[in-house]
Write a protein that binds this ligand. Structure first.
Ligand code: M6R
Length: 587
């Protein structure tokens, strides 16, 4: 959840370099930030509360350093204070560390370390102290390795020592990637931090450690042996990871959907057919993901049911382990994750693997933990998604799932044709007039305290997803419901003028949801209808093309725009919703 970025190499302004790179990871956490750099065997630290994007680089200029580390924090242990911001330094001033994750036994370690002048409430400071303690009996590298044996929980940390020029990093459960340049190394929790310098990367796996000196050496911590790592070339570009002329990444990523659906379905057909066969022959297929990806999974359940008549179960990844009784070696778990690093998803995968089940993942980040730990993995190819609110990843995930459902039905070509048409529809939708119209609708409801969204069939999960989008970026209390459930309770919430959004497709349940919309209207709701047709119950009609069974994909487009404009109209920054981080690597 926090962002970490470190550098060691020939460049001489490392403090400024890591500060600039860290800004590109701010979506991972934005409570506070800090930088440490080493010069003439002296480590200096600068840290402060607030967003790095709003901070000046003044204290980091002209430091003449070639080794530095930086951290942007998403608070877990300890409040948002300068003391709790990373980097943390051991009490003897020798060991400086940045960390992403949670050390579960930090209280025990703290007591074992005895009385110390701990200056923060964090679990991280304890790691620095532990390493420093071991350094009194052994060299720095051995001390770091020994310390990892005593840590329980999840971590990706990077550490440096005042009297040793190595940079050492270790991983268990939180992402850590080494970027390899020409005579220089970058360590980060996400690729965009160093994409401008190199596309060559090594992913660290759990219980691995890397020592960076003039070259990088990798170790397996469990066997304490040196290992070889495969270097991967990333196909993202620095330009894709920038927001260009857009005010926010969220808007840029919504607009990227002009071509991301096409990129999602541009898959190796033989592989899709092979995966479809596997799904067909599995007994017990489960879909799982978190947040937006979870809502996509719910829609996937519907796709498999109506297109391929295949029963698929769904559980959010945080709930999935409860259903372990139903997993067998014949089961297949399909997980969906933009980042490929979500802790709850990794946990669900572990539970499935323990039962001998196979795992198929749909991810956006090449080489991510989820991709590497799966039996089969497909990339959704949406390019970097940096806004906390997931937009283009969601429509790409939906598209690829739909394509797979068609392949399971033996109708891959039909699915491809539908999705190509859908991609063209989205391209047409995202024009300046459409954006202007959605802005006007947002104007009408941006004062609202509550908003409700209804959908049916595959648009029911989209109603849930619409609620997430509106909640996380505008802070309006939004809830999604299955349209038919209104009369069983939620309709009591409707008062005069309550904004209600109906997501309607041209399908067999159309009339039912129109009836539900009329029921809302009769109770005074302000109706925003998202559909291919106009209806008299609507106060606003947001027109979407008729995309048939792909309607969840096109229906999400105006919803994402509406959430975006609700956020900006309320003076908020949609890229950095409060309390949230882009990639949730804690359980
Ligand atoms: O990286 P993932 O797709 O695994 O992330 C899952 C959720 O954390 C994510 O979709 C979250 O709900 C977004 N903020 C929603 O916009």
């Amino acid at each position: 959840m926090c962002g970490i970025f470190a550098y060691k190499g020939h460049q001489t302004e490392a403090a400024k370099l890591v500060f600039d790179g860290l800004k590109k990871l701010e979506y991972r956490g934005y409570d506070s930030w800090g930088v440490a750099w080493k010069k003439d065997q002296n480590i200096q630290v600068h840290k402060q509360v607030g967003k790095i994007s709003e901070a000046s680089d003044e204290p980091l200029l002209d430091q003449g350093s070639s080794i530095a580390m930086s951290h942007s924090r998403w608070a877990t242990h300890g409040g948002v204070t300068q003391e709790n911001a990373h980097p943390h330094v051991s009490s003897d001033g020798k060991v400086t560390i940045i960390h992403n994750g949670i050390i579960e036994n930090y209280q025990e370690l703290k007591s074992e370390l005895g009385p110390h002048n701990f200056t923060s409430d964090t679990d991280t400071e304890v790691i620095a102290e532990l390493i420093s303690k071991h350094c009194k009996e052994m060299d720095f590298e051995s001390a770091v390795k020994k310390s990892t044996e005593e840590l329980e929980g999840r971590y990706a940390f990077i550490v440096m020592h005042q009297d040793d020029d190595k940079l050492i990093a270790a991983r268990r459960g939180s992402p850590l990637i080494l970027g390899v340049g020409d005579g220089e190394f970058f360590l980060a929790s996400d690729i965009p931090a160093f994409l401008q310098y190199t596309q060559q990367v090594n992913y660290l796996d759990d219980d691995q450690l890397v020592v960076i000196d003039t070259e990088a050496r990798f170790y397996d911590l469990l066997s304490d042996s040196e290992i070889e790592k495969r270097t991967i070339t990333i196909d993202w570009t620095e330009e894709e990871a920038q927001k260009g002329d857009y005010d926010h990444f969220m808007l840029k990523e919504i607009m990227d959907q002009k071509d991301t659906v096409m990129r999602a379905i541009n898959q190796n057909e033989e592989e899709i057919v092979k995966i479809a066969e596997y799904i067909k022959n599995s007994s017990g297929v489960f879909l799982s993901g978190c947040g937006t990806a979870g809502k996509v999974c719910m829609a996937g359940k519907y796709f498999f049911s109506v297109i391929s008549e295949k029963h698929v179960s769904f559980a959010p990844s945080s709930e999935f382990p409860i259903y372990h009784h139903f997993l067998t070696p014949e089961s297949l778990l399909i997980v969906i994750s933009q980042s490929g690093e979500t802790a709850d998803v990794l946990e669900a995968m572990n539970v499935a693997k323990e039962k001998g089940a196979k795992v198929l993942s749909l991810v956006n980040v090449q080489g991510s933990s989820i991709a590497r730990q799966s039996d089969f993995s497909l990339l959704i190819n949406a390019g970097p998604e940096k806004a906390v609110a997931s937009t283009k990843a969601a429509t790409s995930q939906l598209s690829l799932l739909l394509l797979i459902a068609y392949a399971v039905a033996g109708k891959l070509d039909e699915g491809k044709k539908l999705l190509i048409e859908t991609a063209a529809m989205i391209n047409d939708m995202l024009n300046p007039r459409y954006l202007e119209f959605i802005k006007e609708v947002a104007d009408e409801i941006d004062h609202a305290e509550n908003a409700y969204i209804i959908g049916k069939a595959a648009n029911y999960p989209m109603a849930l997803e619409a609620a997430i989008k509106i909640q996380e970026v505008s802070y309006i209390h939004a809830e999604g419901f299955a349209a038919g459930e209104l009369k069983h309770g939620p309709i009591a919430l409707i008062t005069e003028g309550t904004p209600c959004i109906s997501l309607i497709a041209e399908d067999e349940v159309k009339q039912d949801i129109i009836n539900n919309t009329i029921e809302l209207k009769s109770r005074g709701a302000h109706i925003i209808g998202v559909s291919a047709f106009r209806h008299e119950s609507y106060d606003h009609w947001i027109r979407v093309p008729d995309a048939g069974v792909a309607s969840p994909i096109v229906n999400l487009i105006p919803i994402q725009l509406l959430a975006y404009y609700l956020s900006t109209h309320r003076g908020l920054n949609p890229d950095m919703p409060r309390n949230l981080a882009k990639s949730v690597t804690v359980k």
